[in-house]
Design a binder for this molecule. Structure first.
Ligand code: AMP
Ligand code: MG
Length: 493
């Protein structure tokens, strides 16, 4: 690039050589920019115009390596569907480098789909266009919804095909994260008995994400405690939005507490606590209702990996202390989730029966398969001072919810807040628009079959303001028609 776009400040690459492999990405045939996230570029302090130039796109495609790049693929391990795999790693991802944003936060800039690495196993190191568009849409939606998440800086078409069940167009995604350090990164060193490696990783993570834990009596336990807290908050956010991650393996859980890996993920349409979309999740391990318990299970894996670093007097007391930290997950999750549910219903004060009221709504929604997102948005409209019903014609609330609404109204009468305040508070937590599965499928089909990226851009643009007024295209708000319902999602990697 003629202009230096990246002012790299790499830290992970200065860890010992066994933490990663140094390598260059494999160039693609004919890179073409699909979308650049200019707002994110701005946050990162990057020159968007330079990134969109042919030289910039060459970097975003992995065809040119700018000066100062870290140029590494990292190694990690992970429990996949409960089974430990001692070595995974960035099989198709490549760390361009780290930059410190205008917000003072350090970010990884990583290419995904950039070619083979020593961790590719049988894979080709590439990414098909569909999953790249899905990740762009959903990760940016999560950010706009206020959920901690990895971001998408750019999507570039590779001008090449990748071979899956069929020949598909390829693409490269530029992913941005506060770091890509996973529970599985700790598991990798722990499984090899590499305590020195674990110590280096712990020090790096504390410095980078939890500097306040530096002076704790037992830094490893202090880290565990903080990761537990962030994951509890994160999974509560997912539950409150009807988001199903789909593949909560420990290699897909970041110690920074950001959502990562948008493979078979999905937002629920009709509410069903047992909902599973992922085609490979046969036992429903990662069903909606299991997500909190699975997060705690993953954190117990992190605890095991951290045990050798504990400063406790004996192994038993280290185990006991770690167990106590893990047990705090549940209380922390429930508090965040219950508080969030109350806010979704406009209950700004707390009453004894509120949890029962919330549960009664979820039970009625489950029985009537009420649309998760639009039920809460409908209630938001009901709480408005005006009698406008912006969702009329888009969605009809199941009649089975009427008795519950009467009960809720009686409870609202006991709230001191005026209806304007309540309505504004509800609108701020109940989105009108989410990346519905059928819309994501449709935009992928349009891009692949017709080279039409219009639906992709339209949805990304609309999702930038998910809580705003609904005076927008109804087809982006409405639940799927019967023929449009997506029953299964695929990693598609
Ligand atoms: P994921 O399902 O995306 O979490 O990936 C699980 C593991 O498989 C990670 O180590 C990835 O790097 C690797 N992987 C996924 N897709 C590919 C691919 N196309 N080529 C090489 N490695 C891959
Ligand atoms: Mg992964």
């Amino acid at each position: 690039m003629s202009r230096a776009v990246f002012d790299f400040d790499n830290s992970y690459a200065s860890l010992p050589a066994r933490f990663f492999s140094q390598l260059a990405p494999e160039p693609v045939a004919a890179p073409q920019l699909i979308r650049l996230n200019e707002a994110l570029a701005e946050t990162l302090g990057l020159d968007a115009a330079a990134l969109a130039s042919p030289e910039g796109v060459a970097v975003l495609a992995g065809n040119a390596v700018p000066e100062g790049a870290a140029s590494i693929a990292t190694v990690y391990a992970g429990h996949q569907f409960g089974h430990f795999v001692p070595q995974l790693g960035d099989g198709r991802a490549w760390l361009l480098g780290e930059v410190v944003g205008r917000d003072g936060v350090r970010y990884d800039v990583q290419l995904k789909g950039s070619g083979r690495t020593p961790y590719s196993r049988g894979g080709d190191g590439r990414a098909p266009l569909g999953p790249v568009l899905r990740e762009y849409v959903v990760s940016e939606a999560m950010a706009s919804l206020g959920v901690p998440t990895t971001r998408s800086l750019a999507a570039v078409a590779s001008g090449e095909h990748v071979l899956r069940q069929q020949r598909l167009p390829g693409a490269v995604l530029t992913r941005v994260a506060q770091s890509h350090i996973r529970v599985g990164t700790f598991e990798y060193f722990a499984a090899r008995g590499d305590t020195e490696g674990l110590e280096r990783l712990l020090a790096h993570v504390i410095e980078r994400h939890y500097p306040e834990a530096r002076d704790a009596d037992d830094p490893a336990l202090a880290l565990l405690e903080r990761v537990v807290a962030r994951q509890a908050e994160l999974v509560a956010r997912w539950q409150l939005l009807g988001f199903i991650h789909g593949v909560m393996n420990t290699d897909n859980m970041l110690v920074s507490g950001e959502t990562i890996d948008f493979g078979p993920c999905a937002f629920m349409d009709g509410f069903d606590a047992a909902q599973v979309y992922s085609s490979i999740d046969h036992a429903g391990r990662y069903a909606y209702r299991n997500q909190p318990a699975i997060a705690a299970w993953n954190l117990a894996s992190l605890a095991s990996a951290l045990l050798p670093l504990s400063k406790a007097d004996s192994e038993e007391s280290a185990v006991q202390a770690a167990r106590e930290r893990i047990e705090r997950f549940e209380a922390r999750f429930i508090a965040a989730y219950r508080d969030g549910l109350r806010r979704k219903l406009g209950l700004l004060e707390t009453r004894d029966d509120d949890d029962a009221l919330c549960d009664a709504l979820l039970e009625a929604m489950q029985r009537s398969s009420a649309d998760f997102t639009l039920t809460f948005r409908w209630l938001t409209d009901l709480a408005a001072p005006s009698a406008d019903r912006p969702l009329a014609g888009v969605y009809e609330l199941p009649a089975a919810l009427t008795p519950w609404i009467d009960r809720w109204r009686a409870r609202l009468a006991d709230e001191p807040a005026d209806s304007e305040t309540r309505h504004a508070a509800m609108r701020a937590v109940n989105p009108a628009i989410i990346p519905r599965n059928h819309l994501v499928e449709q935009l992928i089909a349009a891009a692949i079959d017709e080279g039409d990226f219009g639906p992709f851009h339209r949805l990304v643009d609309a999702l930038a303001e998910p809580y705003a007024d609904v005076a927008r295209a109804a087809e982006l708000l409405a639940p799927p028609r019967p023929g449009e319902i997506v029953q299964q999602t695929f990693c598609g990697t």
